[in-house]
Design a protein around this ligand. Sequence first.
Ligand SMILES: Cc1cc2nc3c(=O)[nH]c(=O)nc-3n(C[C@H](O)[C@H](O)[C@H](O)COP(=O)(O)O)c2cc1C
Length: 188
Amino acid sequence: MNRADTAVLALQGSPRLTGNTALLLDTFLKGVAEVFPQFKTECFNTAEMNIAPCRGCSACKGKEGCCIIRDDMDQLYPLIREASFIILASPVYWWHMTAQLKACIDRFYAMDFSSFRGKGLGFLATFGGTEADSGYLIARGSVLSMARFLKMEFSFSFGVSTGERELRDNPDVLQKVREMGRSLSLTL
Ligand SMILES: Cc1cc2nc3c(=O)[nH]c(=O)nc-3n(C[C@H](O)[C@H](O)[C@H](O)COP(=O)(O)O)c2cc1C
């Protein structure tokens, strides 16, 4: 792919629009933009979108050939297909990503799985516990399995605890995340 055409799609799942996860993702994307400002980057918060849960009707696998639900996924499907890199970002809710982001991912089921092959996939998470096993590792494992199934390149995963201090009060982590964003650009 021509680097000028590289599209990064970020899907965020926190209902707190200016919370820790939003800041984590924003900082990461700033790092990406510093190195390759020409990348087309789009960021959506699934918590603000109208995305119905998958009905499991499998119409998408039959003669319909696409999801029969008409909602904001109509906007995301072409962007998902076009993206060369997908970043998922979520707070940990009950040992997993939020339902808002999960609903969006479930709807990937309607897509041609081969369209994911070779795309990069990254995961960013915040969590309130002080240990990574308070849910981050489970969510990460799920994203890793998804990458394997879809034959995507699992490029990075990063989780940060916000239990003792909010991310905005953690400049060292913010700096690290920005650097991660800068180095992501090099792998594209
Ligand atoms: C409904 C709910 C469930 C949560 N479940 C967990 C959990 O299982 N493990 C954990 O470490 N933190 C949990 N947390 C804490 C959040 O992950 C943490 O506060 C996170 O930084 C919030 O991110 P945000 O500011 O982007 O919303 C939970 C918070 C809420 C509101």
